[in-house]
Design a protein around this ligand. Structure first.
Ligand code: CMC
Length: 430
């Protein structure tokens, strides 16, 4: 840490303080405001955390101006080209890329924790047949606490690692069960001789009556999508996992909270919202009016899949996925009219003054939905796919939080805007 300080003078009450400037390895330095309230009597006000770093973290780095995304220092482009989802999960959890032996052990461990407890299957019977899969996923993951809470010590590194492996391993099994329950198909057991993504696709699509032929293109595409979604520093769902984790809650409860945060259309739910919006737009001819609506200040309509809190020039994940999107559609021979709508929308928005001046570019979710659709993943499962991948990042963050000495419960302050103190008036006198 450097000795640099930032002096803050409060002219209203003639108080001042010197606040330490703390630097990480990359990115802007941060003003450590820990003593601000004690020194000046003021809080800071930063709704949406636009200028606030909530934690130190060594997992993922984003430079939104340059369009850089690094997992443990490795550029996303290199991992997308050379790595696999499970190797990336290992990297996020451990901090280093595994040797071949370490990866084999990790793959073995993950594939031997893929089964759901048989009793968990009964939970599904309690859901209405058309329950949203994200609702079933969040509830089922939270319910894992009921199976593993008693013998889990969050202060024991081995227990924490086991919990992370369990979550990464079971998430595809539970996700596939959510889908199959919703369409009335028998649930499938995981086949541990298969790789992670293939195993998931088997659990999703295999039927007892005929063998399933999986396209290597589909498997590769899904593995790549999982790599791109595996982590994204302190986004809303990861921050939720950390906030819940900061109370000492078990990892299953913490990750279930992350799943619910992911569901919203401003976050992971955008991939489902993109596809629904493309369907509503319907034809390339309707694109112009959709762009006009998105620009209208009196209309709450937004173009889903555009814009990002951090990326202000381009989303590097979107660039990788865009290329892949065309390759997948070509190789699978999919001729999807929605792609035409998507491309027209992308073209129209990219040259529109409003979108350019607001720095609104297509984000990762703009393209992922089109690929999921080409892989026959139903629209309501899109955010579930995101959750499977992000479990790697959530668990890495949860573990890091517990490894950090001096971690405290997250407890933001507020700017109170309600009534000042007043006296109770009995009902007859109001
Ligand atoms: N369409 C039209 N206008 C937009 C859009 C959009 N998609 N996104 C932002 N704007 C405008 C917004 O109206 C505002 O305009 P003005 O300053 O004139 O009032 C300005 O851009 C800034 O918007 P903001 O809401 O303050 O920006 P934010 O950083 O708080 O929100 C966002 C970021 C991603 C939530 C937002 O861009 C959005 O709602 N996008 C659509 C949903 C989406 O695609 N979400 C997925 C994000 S990537 C995956 C993930 O992180 O999970």
């Amino acid at each position: 840490m450097s000795d640099a300080k930032v002096k803050l003078v409060d002219e209203s009450n003639e108080r001042s303080t010197e606040l330490p400037l703390v630097s990480g390895t990359l990115g802007p330095a941060c003003i450590d405001i820990g003593t601000l309230y004690k020194d000046t009597g003021h809080f800071t006000f930063d709704p949406g955390y636009a200028s606030t770093a909530s934690t130190r973290s060594a997992i993922t780095y984003i430079d939104g101006e340059q369009g850089i995304l690094l997992y443990r220092g490795y550029p996303i482009e290199q991992l997308a080209e050379h790595s696999s989802f499970l190797e990336v999960a290992y990297l996020l959890l451990d901090g280093e890329l595994p040797t071949a032996d370490q990866l084999a052990v990790f793959q073995h461990d993950v594939s031997h924790h893929t089964m759901m407890h048989e009793s968990l299957k009964n939970f599904f019977q309690g859901f209405h047949h058309d329950a949203h899969p994200m609702a079933m996923l969040a509830a089922s993951v939270a319910s894992l606490s009921a199976f593993y809470h008693d013998n889990l010590n969050v202060d024991d590194p081995a227990d924490r690692k086991l919990a992370a492996i369990r979550l990464i391993a079971k998430m595809p099994t539970i996700a596939a069960a959510c889908y199959r329950y919703s369409i009335g198909w028998p649930l499938r057991y995981p086949r541990n001789n298969l790789e992670y993504v293939e195993r998931f696709l088997h659990m999703m699509f295999e039927v007892p009556s005929e063998p399933l032929e999986l396209s290597p293109v589909a498997t590769k595409a899904l593995d790549l999508l999982f790599i791109l979604h595996a982590d994204h520093e302190q986004n809303a769902s990861t921050s939720t996992v950390r906030l819940v984790g900061s109370t000492g809650a078990n990892p299953y409860a913490s990750i279930a909270a992350g799943i619910t945060a992911l569901w919203g259309p401003a976050h992971g739910g955008a991939n489902e919202a993109v596809l629904k919006q493309l369907e509503e737009i319907g034809t390339p001819g309707n694109v112009e009016s959709a762009v006009l609506r998105a620009k209208d200040k009196n209309d709450s309509f937004r173009l889903m899949g555009f814009g990002h809190r951090v990326y202000k020039n381009f989303d590097p994940r979107a660039q990788i996925i865009r290329k892949m999107c065309h390759a997948v559609l070509d190789e699978l021979g999919v001729n999807d009219p929605l792609l035409e709508v998507a491309l027209k929308l992308e073209e129209a928005a990219l040259k529109d003054d409003y979108f350019v001046s607001h720095k609104l570019y297509p984000n990762v979710d703009f393209y992922s939905g089109i690929i999921y659709k080409a892989l026959n993943i139903p629209t309501e499962m899109f955010t579930v796919m995101f959750a499977i991948a992000r479990t790697a990042g959530w668990t890495a963050n949860w573990i890091e939080q517990h490894e950090t000495p001096g971690s405290r419960i997250g407890r933001p302050r507020q700017l109170y805007t309600g009534s000042a103190r007043r006296d109770y008036v009995s009902a007859g006198q109001r």
